[in-house]
Design a protein around this ligand. Structure first.
Ligand SMILES: C[S@@+](CC[C@H](N)C(=O)[O-])C[C@H]1O[C@@H](n2cnc3c(N)ncnc32)[C@H](O)[C@@H]1O
Length: 282
């Protein structure tokens, strides 16, 4: 599908295309991670450790939705969250532009509608969903596209509908911002590795942007404050052993007020205002 439907320049279009291309190539790796989750749990890899934190917040937030609620998973990847959400009794729909990801999501979730589409132009009428989630999707898009995505998600949410998205903290204690800059520079120099874009934000910027698109009850939640993912760079065995000890401490310190901008994962919750309650998107 054409992802450059927003009329933006070539640079953003290239980043957009790379966000999809990377995931075409890595679909099998993603699927494998989620299989490991079934057999070995959230401490098995750095990826799953982070997913555990995101799933924890997602579970708490979605628990307020009644069975049968309409939920959109935008950028659903291999469809792992769709499977969980369907098991919990929600009516789930997915959108995924990478063909290989989509094929896997459809195999995992027979009978669920999984559309070829982009979060920048969601193929649904206004006010279609009680909740929209986009987990680890916006981080791959340039800033202007992230704002377009906010507008789109706001449009398809019903009044009081819930938004759950993740982004990447610019000032995370694990130094991911510096790591990413170094790796990007190296990739440019060697031409060997076409890295996907990573959009860094602060919680304050996100709250401002979402408020600008008419969201309210905006909350930014930080998780994974201790840089446990570094331990997994040595090896998954080492990572798991260290995470086993430090995981409960991390879960505690990540909840200390004021730590959100420094956490490895930034999870954002917001609501579309109710009918009588504030501005509607333009
Ligand atoms: C890191 S994966 C996350 C997948 C899934 N949400 C999960 O948590 O397992 C990012 C996903 O975003 C998708 N993506 C990239 N650009 C997108 C766009 N413009 N609209 C929707 N999804 C997009 C990718 O194809 C990929 O499947």
């Amino acid at each position: 599908m054409n992802l450059d439907s927003t009329g933006r320049g070539g640079h953003d279009a290239a980043l957009r295309a790379r966000a999809v291309g990377k995931h075409e190539d890595e679909a099998a790796d993603f699927a494998k991670e989620y299989q490991v989750l079934e057999s070995s749990g959230y401490l098995a890899s750095a990826f799953l450790l982070g997913r555990g934190r995101i799933d924890g917040v997602l579970d708490d937030e979605l628990s307020v939705l009644p069975a049968g609620a309409d939920v959109l998973d935008a950028g659903c990847g291999t469809g792992s969250q769709i499977q969980d959400l369907t098991r919990r009794g929600y009516e789930v729909v997915g959108v995924e532009p990478a063909g290989e990801m989509r094929r896997r999501a459809m195999d995992l979730n027979p009978g669920v509608s999984i559309h070829d589409g982009s979060i920048l132009s969601l193929p649904f009428p206004d006010s279609s969903f009680d909740a929209v989630i986009a987990l680890e999707v916006l981080r791959y898009l340039p800033a202007a596209d992230v704002r377009i995505a906010y507008r789109e998600m706001q449009r398809v949410l019903r009044p009081n509908g819930l938004l759950v998205v993740t982004l990447v903290n610019r000032w995370a204690i694990d130094g991911y911002y510096i790591w990413e800059k170094v790796m990007t520079r190296r990739a440019l120099r060697t031409g060997l590795d076409m890295r996907a874009h990573c959009e860094f934000v602060t919680p304050r910027e996100v709250r401002r942007d979402l408020a600008g698109y008419g969201f309210d009850r905006i909350e930014t939640v930080g998780r994974l404050l201790i840089p446990l993912r570094w331990a997994y760079k040595v090896g998954n065995g080492v990572g798991r052993a260290i995470a086993k000890v430090l995981d409960p401490i991390d879960k505690f310190v990540s909840r200390i007020p004021g730590t959100t901008p420094f956490a490895g994962h930034l999870i954002v919750l917001a609501r579309r205002p109710g009918r009588k309650n504030g501005p509607q998107p333009t």
